[in-house]
Design a protein around this ligand. Structure first.
Ligand code: SAM
Length: 404
């Protein structure tokens, strides 16, 4: 599809988008109604919409939707050719809402510039191969002529820019996140035989690192409390080699139905799905070796992938979601066995939802002790920054229930 045709489709979508409507939902609806659009055309239209929201503060509000889409496209092309042409001071004011600077702390001007420039790039697409199968997956996809577009993740994120050395744990993560594969092509991955037979999932690298932080062992009993459509449940089940059990709960039954379809495709059967809305009425009285609270959050860490969310979430959401996160952690703490591990993850970077929640939770739970997130020598909290990983931003914390 030509650039012009993609912009025409995108303009039709924008014209119907009312304030408060989600662009990704509108895109899904549009593609349902225009089934003839091929995957590559759909990608081009989605890209035009995402680029629009990335550069929206630069656009002339009086211009037509078509014109604004063209302006955004030009800005993106100029930025891609020369990222330094975008001044960090300007990005700090226009690329994100002002409230974020009350909440997101970056250590110095250079890091802030790297973070902001990362937000203006197209996001990377990550696949998660089955444990230990990344090289085999790349090889088998290569047989389908997808070869030049794949690369094994661990050779990728050593070169994430000048700031990678600021996170002392990067080196360790480099060694352990080897099931991640970055895809840079345009083919429809959902149509590949490898996807249909469960040889890989599409999962952001930061989310993959949450499963790795949990480090569940075969035969253990885990509870994925906010399992949603099961991205992390699948990973936990897989790391447990189909042995033991993962309780997967969520407040939305529709999401759990999707989870069931995904586990069946991946031939993973060591899970039990249950509705749970965060209330004191827990889905089971069982005690767990490990619990993951992948909590609902403001999603600031996803702003590169979902730029419209920059303009729809607010400080109020941050405050309310921090309360929900703390309540969820409090509800499940007592379900840990002595020695059991609790992992908290949020794809956000705000102070209130990250350290604010973990400090309040730690203070209220002397029966738990902070536990390293990754590897025995790491810290009990860690932030995965988009500019360091070429992935979503994510915050993780871990505790262990004291024995005796
Ligand atoms: C960050 S998403 C989970 C993503 C999922 N773990 C994955 O990897 O695909 C948070 C989930 O929490 C669920 N949720 C929100 N509030 C909840 C509550 N009070 N109790 C249980 N689940 C809740 C939402 O339905 C949503 O699916």
């Amino acid at each position: 599809m030509s650039d012009i045709a993609a912009l025409n489709h995108a303009a039709s979508i924008l014209a119907k988008l009312a304030p408060g409507d989600r662009a990704d939902t509108a895109l899904r609806g549009y593609f349902e109604a225009h089934r003839y659009l091929q995957p590559s055309a759909r990608r081009a239209v989605s890209h035009a919409i995402f680029v629009y929201f990335r550069w929206i503060s630069w656009l002339d509000p009086k211009a037509s939707a078509q014109k604004r889409l063209e302006q955004a496209d030009d800005l993106q092309k100029r930025f891609d050719t020369d990222p330094k042409s975008a001044k960090p001071e300007t990005l700090a004011i226009r690329a994100v809402p002002a409230w974020v600077w009350e909440e997101v702390a970056l250590p110095d001007a250079e890091t802030k510039a790297a973070y902001l420039r990362q937000l203006q790039r197209d996001p990377a697409l990550w696949l998660r191969a089955r444990p230990g199968q990344a090289k085999a997956l790349v090889k088998s996809l290569a047989a389908g002529e997808l070869a030049p577009t794949f690369s094994i993740q661990d050779s990728e994120f050593r070169v994430q820019g000048p700031n990678s050395t600021q996170n002392p744990e990067l080196q360790t993560l480099n060694l352990i996140a080897t099931d991640g594969v970055r895809f840079t092509g345009v083919q429809d991955l959902f149509k590949t035989e490898q996807f249909k037979t469960g040889e890989f999932e599409i999962q952001d690298l930061a989310s993959q690192l949450v499963g790795i932080a949990c480090a569940p062992k075969p035969g253990e009993t885990w509870w994925d409390t906010c399992a949603g459509e099961g991205g992390k449940t699948l990973h936990l089940c897989d790391l447990m080699q189909n042995k033991g059990v993962v309780w997967a709960s969520d407040r939305h039954s529709g999401r759990l139905e999707t989870l069931k379809r995904r586990t069946s495709r991946a031939k993973l059967f060591n899970y039990r799905a249950a509705l749970w809305d965060g209330s004191p009425r827990l889905p089971t009285k069982a005690k767990f070796d490990g619990i993951l609270v992948d909590a609902p959050c403001s999603g600031v860490g996803t702003w590169q992938r979902n730029p419209q969310a920059r303009w729809t979430s607010s400080l109020n959401d941050v405050t309310e979601l921090a309360v929900t996160q703390l309540a969820l952690l409090n509800q499940v703490a007592n379900s840990l066995k002595p020695g059991g591990r609790l992992v908290y993850s949020v794809c956000t970077l705000t102070r209130r939802e990250t350290t604010g929640v973990t400090e309040a939770f730690s203070a209220a739970h002397p029966e738990l002790e902070p536990d390293p997130v990754f590897g025995p020598s790491g810290g009990a909290t860690t932030t995965l920054w988009p500019h360091e990983f070429n992935a979503n931003g994510m915050f993780l914390a871990a505790w262990r229930r004291k024995k005796g």
